[in-house]
Design a protein around this ligand. Structure first.
Ligand SMILES: Nc1nc2c(c(=O)[nH]1)N[C@H]1C(S)=C(S)[C@@H](COP(=O)(O)OP(=O)(O)OC[C@H]3O[C@@H](n4cnc5c(=O)[nH]c(N)nc54)[C@H](O)[C@@H]3O)O[C@H]1N2
Ligand SMILES: Nc1nc2c(c(=O)[nH]1)N[C@H]1C(S)=C(S)[C@@H](COP(=O)(O)OP(=O)(O)OC[C@H]3O[C@@H](n4cnc5c(=O)[nH]c(N)nc54)[C@H](O)[C@@H]3O)O[C@H]1N2
Ligand code: SF4
Ligand SMILES: [Mo]
Length: 749
């Protein structure tokens, strides 16, 4: 145990840790050597291994599940042939087994017996629970129209519920991975390069000479292949430039750390563009061949000098110039990383546009060491009747707004659930699969008000998370280790597919999403859309269309195909038609202009923390994924609670000691439910405090994580909505310290 703890503690220091993670996995492999001496004594089950891909985060690394002597799940290791992980899982992926063995799991279907918000349920059979949902869905469809039911989903199972919803006549399928996460960058890149970034990102970090991170804290953000490539790039001498108000793990590996004043990144980006244009550091040939709008851009940034940006960002002019030259010298093998969770200040699409423009000037899109061209791989869909045309969509709730959003807004559906006189239709039913909306959407009061107006809230989850406490019906899904799911397709340097299959029968009375959706479809008379007996039939049919089979994939786990052509990068002088209005890379965006938005990004100041308050900054911890791992024994073992990073200057002003517990109160007078332990550190600026997201759970049935640490979400009551695509900027909240237990103070008065 000490060893494992040690390795993950060190690996939490980040990149160097990745190598250690490899080391520790070879420790595990060492024990296999001993095991192999006893091969003859191994049971058949022990000799087998079963392919899976990880569901602990959305990088979806492919791996193998191994078994104990008694045939029970023992461990998961990476699949050597997998492009997302190269045979090594991150600590969370290795710890995924803890999700399967968690005794707090949801075990049977549940139907509410008391008011919403409390875990007061009675057990129900699947038949009863599904009939309950089907009847409510039919009632809503009759009285308001089927499009008044929405699906919120994050993760694999959502696919099947998505098909079910479309079959009913609703396309209102929302995911927090858009408007709470990467939406602004996708829209920015679509309107610059004609393509979104998507996941895994097509950043060619492996071959880069200069990587610029604007807040992306790779190393704490543990997206596996990306961390490995960054670690390799550092070993090969690539320059890392990190812009972050916090001394992140990535900052500690960087040649330049720019401790920017929060919320001012656009000013820095414009100054970089200024230097790159006026010092002629840009890729002239690339810009002439592929872009439009250069002259307008040049005029736009003429006065955006490093001296101008210094006053805003606090980054010294010579550092801005030096770092711009580093980028110019590395061009085109340079990446200004587009980030991932980019919903920060409400002008996020414009910040992401500045990043896209900078990459275009440096000629990095489509170039080795910049952004490679994805090989996308899709499987044919199983034949089904055409989905009915929906009569209305979520967009009608927001006439004239967010026209550039490419996915349904989770917060939009939430807002449109709260009755309002000027809306023709409100949402009446939510199906929620694999997203803990209470902790995921900002402004909890709003989320709860929306839920209180629902006629149906059905939640499919593996754990009794906060969202299940508000449900009318809770359906227990089995974990990813106990089920088949869709074949993993997606994008990478080479086309590749991966299989997930059950390593165990589902424990308790839990079921996989595909089964739940199919059974619900039967109750709704929509079985024609799920015209296969088992998921094995479906997967085998799909795999045979591409010359593989379920049997083959069970044996090999991942299958890699050739690229159609040798086109990972643009060839020299290649004629490229970009999927934008002009067919070129649009430095100046006429589409933004047509929608009434700045065609070139501008910096606008944001509100500063009031006296005695600090900006609430949050991010990822390497050992956890949001709240989904909060109760996982293997991972709580490594990190049990989050802490609050406080600058020593601030700590001494307040007389706060290291390890002292404090409560936080925000600008709207919301106080954290639980106290959080202070970590006094120079690694955070004096104007901000920082915590890892995913803690402070208030559900007592989560016995391991109940009350551990504080929730950032409950303090994010102010939302800065991006007018371009509706993303929810969450970093405009300010907190102050409460040193005495607020409950005790309240009891006293
Ligand atoms: N271990 C682990 N890894 C994960 C996840 C996880 O849950 N756990 N989640 C995955 C997902 S879904 C996502 S979207 C990504 C998110 O990961 P990223 O996209 O890399 O990170 P962000 O959350 O955008 O940014 C967090 C960083 O931004 C800094 N920051 C805050 N304010 C500012 C500012 O004004 N300017 C600048 N320049 N920086 C600022 C913070 O100090 C922090 O270091 O991580 C992925 N990887
Ligand atoms: N305050 C704040 N809010 C944020 C963020 C933040 O950093 N701070 N980050 C934002 C970002 S980048 C993202 S991507 C989103 C992530 O948002 P979510 O995906 O909602 O994140 P989780 O909190 O992990 O919730 C996952 C839920 O899925 C359940 N689950 C896990 N595995 C399974 C499964 O196999 N089947 C089913 N049915 N359920 C399962 C878990 O128990 C949990 O309830 O949050 C966004 N919201
Ligand atoms: S990065 Fe880690 S948690 Fe995410 S899929 Fe890969 S192994 Fe799983
Ligand atoms: Mo995300």
């Amino acid at each position: 145990m000490a060893n494992r703890r040690e390795f993950i503690r060190i690996s939490s220091l980040g990149l160097g840790g990745m190598a250690l993670a490899g080391g520790s996995l070879s420790l595990v492999k060492g024990s296999e050597v001993i095991e192999s001496l006893f091969q003859s004594q191994l049971s058949d089950r022990q000799r087998q291994r079963v392919p899976t891909y990880c569901e602990i985060c959305f990088w979806k690394c492919a791996g193998w599940v191994y078994f104990n002597e008694d045939g029970k799940i023992k461990k998961i290791e990476g699949n050597d042939n997998d492009l997302n992980c190269n045979g090594r899982l991150c600590p969370r992926g290795t710890g995924g087994v803890g999700m399967y063995y968690d005794p707090d799991r949801l075990k049977t279907p549940l139907i509410r017996t008391e008011e919403r918000g409390r875990q007061t349920f009675r057990e129900a059979s699947w038949d009863e629970a599904l009939s309950y949902i089907a009847e409510k869905m039919q009632k809503i469809a009759r009285e308001h129209g089927p499009e008044c039911v929405a699906l919120f989903t994050h993760g694999s199972g959502g696919k099947y519920f998505g098909d079910l919803l479309k079959a009913t006549g609703s396309t209102n399928i929302a995911a927090p991975s858009f408007a709470q996460c990467r939406g602004p960058r996708e829209v920015a890149f679509i309107y610059t390069f004609g393509e979104s970034i998507d996941s895994p990102e097509n950043t060619d970090i492996r071959d880069t000479r200069c990587l610029v991170l604007i807040g992306s804290h790779i190393g704490e953000n543990m997206h596996n292949g990306q961390v490995q490539e960054m670690s390799d790039a550092i070993d090969r001498g690539a320059t890392i430039i990190t812009v972050d108000p916090r001394y992140s793990t990535a900052a500690s590996k960087s040649k330049y750390w720019l401790p920017i004043k929060p919320a001012t990144d656009i000013a820095l980006l414009l100054a970089w563009i200024h230097v790159i244009i006026f010092e002629e550091l840009y890729d002239r040939d690339y810009v002439e061949r592929y872009t439009v709008g250069f002259e307008q851009l040049k005029e736009h940034v003429r006065n955006k000098t490093p001296e101008w940006a210094y006053g805003i960002t606090t980054i010294k002019p010579h550092i801005i110039r030096e770092t711009a030259r580093e980028m110019g010298n590395a061009s085109p093998a340079v990446i200004v990383h587009p980030g991932r969770h980019v919903t920060w200040y409400g002008d996020d699409t414009q910040r992401s546009r500045s990043i896209a423009i900078l990459n275009a000037l440096l000629g990095s899109w489509g170039r080795r060491g910049g952004f490679y061209r994805n090989a996308n791989y899709e499987l044919p869909s199983f034949p089904h009747p055409e989905f009915p045309e929906p009569k209305r969509t979520w967009r009608e709730a927001f006439p004239g707004k967010y026209n550039l959003a490419t996915t349904v807004l989770a917060n939009g559906v939430c807002d449109a659930t709260i009755p309002s006189a000027d809306r023709s239709c409100n949402f009446k039913g939510w199906i929620v699969c694999g997203t803990n909306l209470i902790e995921t959407l900002p402004n909890q009061k709003n989320t709860i008000e929306a839920i209180q107006n629902l006629e149906l809230l059905a939640v499919i989850d593996t754990m009794p998370m906060e969202i299940t406490g508000w449900a009318d019906v809770v359906l227990p899904e089995c974990t990813y280790l106990e089920r088949y799911d869709s074949i993993r397709t997606g994008q990478a340097r080479l086309p590749q597919i991966a299989l997930r299959m059950p390593a165990s029968e589902p424990l308790y009375d839990s079921k996989p999403s595909w089964w739940i959706a199919k059974e619900l479809a039967k109750k709704l008379g929509l079985q024609a859309y799920f015209d296969y007996d088992t998921i094995e039939d479906l997967l085998d049919w799909q795999l045979r269309q591409i010359g593989s089979s379920l049997e083959e994939m069970q044996r090999i786990g991942v299958k890699t195909f050739e690229r159609d052509a040798d086109d990972l990068y643009f060839a020299d002088g290649e004629a490229i038609e970009f999927n934008t209005s002009s067919g070129k890379i649009e430095l100046y965006s006429p589409d933004f202009e047509a929608e009434g938005f700045d065609p070139l990004p501008n910096y606008t100041p944001h509100e500063e923390p009031p006296e005695g308050f600090y900006r609430l900054n949050y991010g990822r911890g390497p050992a956890h994924t949001f709240s989904r791992t909060a109760n996982n024994a293997n991972l709580t073992d490594i990190m049990e609670e989050n802490s609050l990073w406080v600058n020593p200057k601030v700590a001494s002003q307040w007389g706060i000691r290291n390890d002292q517990y404090v409560w936080l109160r925000n600008q709207d007078d919301i106080t954290s439910k639980f106290p959080i332990k202070v970590r006094v550190t120079e690694r955070i600026r004096w104007d901000s405090v920082y915590m890892v997201h995913g803690f402070g759970h208030d559900q007592k049935r989560l016995t391991r994580c109940y009350g551990k640490g504080a929730s950032d979400t409950e303090l994010i009551s102010r939302v800065l909505v991006d007018p371009i695509m509706g993303g929810t900027g969450m970093r405009g909240n300010f907190v102050t310290f409460v040193l005495e237990d607020p409950a005790a103070i309240a009891a006293d008065t």
